[in-house]
Design a protein. Structure first.
Length: 319
């Protein structure tokens, strides 16, 4: 009987302890909410982040890019500053800053509205220090150079690029020391590697700066596109024209025509005729006692991808 009474008393004690703990926790939460609902004044650090800065500009000392703001806010609004001791304020170097030689000048007092807007309505900005922020900078040398596409592309049988590869920009800005960029005349992309291609190309390619550790490029990527379509092979017989032959010299040459094999996109195939080509032999380019002339392709349609001339020499005899 006594053992049973003891168990009941222990049970009631544990239950009272749990009930007390619950009430204590609720009271503590209400206390915290009450405190956080009060208004507080304190200093916070504002770190200035400049945007729209020219690529060649380097800020000299990031640690000086700060403003001390004296604010008033509810405790709830100040909780984030228990974990992070600053807030970033974004300033546009083109519109919010006065630029002078080697220094950006930000009028803090005049631009308090920018700070207030980024702080938000939960904060009342009471004062800021300093009145003016001076951000020292230096400039590196710059140069604009053309981009060279580096590619290793294999097409499926019967497919090729119609026209040229297109880059969304054909040149870029290089930034660095004068000695490093003066010797640059162009810059290549990383190798664009594609295999068994039978559809149009649209790829993003990185600029290759692996051999230029002392420079930066802007932008760092370009977009490459190309129209890939079906191609076929065709042949035409084109008359051979002899040029620069003296009027007092008569010759007979053979063959009178040459066979040209060409590679063209399927849509343009039927529009290609022999009249689109010109093959000439320059009589003055022969050596003495030479009895043949060398044919050269002078004109071909821009649509032609590749072309091959079967005959490499045109024999002749003087009459």
């Amino acid at each position: 009987m006594n053992s049973k009474k003891t168990n009941i008393i222990e049970y009631l004690k544990q239950k009272n302890v749990k009930r007390f703990s619950l009430f204590f926790a609720i009271a503590f939460v209400f206390l915290i909410f009450s405190k956080l609902s009060n208004d507080y004044k304190q200093n916070i650090k504002l770190k200035i982040s400049l945007v729209n800065v020219d690529d060649e500009v380097i800020l000299q000392n990031d640690s000086l890019n700060t403003i001390m703001a004296f604010i008033e806010a509810k405790g709830f609004a100040l909780v984030p500053y228990l974990f992070k001791d600053y807030k970033t304020i974004v300033i546009d170097a083109k519109t919010d800053i006065t630029t002078k030689k080697d220094v950006f000048i930000f009028n803090v007092q005049k631009n308090k509205f920018l700070i207030e807007r980024q702080l938000g309505t939960s904060y009342e900005l009471l004062s800021v220090q300093p009145d003016t922020l001076r951000l020292s900078y230096s400039k590196r040398a710059t140069k604009v150079i053309p981009i060279v596409l580096n590619k290793a592309i294999n097409f499926a049988i019967g497919y090729d690029v119609k026209g040229n590869y297109k880059l969304d920009i054909d040149s870029l800005k290089v930034v660095g020391a004068s000695k490093a960029i003066d010797k640059l005349t162009s810059i290549s992309t990383d190798v664009l590697t594609l295999n068994n291609v039978n559809t149009s190309i649209n790829e993003r390619v990185t600029i290759d700066v692996s051999h230029h550790s002392d420079i930066e490029v802007f932008p760092k990527f370009i977009n490459v596109s190309a129209n890939v379509t079906r191609f076929t092979e065709g042949k035409v017989n084109v008359p051979v024209t002899i040029i620069n032959k003296p009027n007092n010299v008569e010759i007979n040459h053979f063959p009178k025509t040459v066979i040209l094999s060409f590679y063209v996109d399927l849509e343009a195939y039927n529009s290609i005729t022999a009249n689109d080509f010109i093959v000439e032999c320059n009589y003055l380019e022969r050596s003495e006692n030479q009895t043949y002339l060398v044919p050269k392709l002078i004109k071909k349609p821009d649509l032609i991808k590749r072309i091959n001339m079967k005959q490499k020499r045109i024999d002749f005899i003087k009459l």
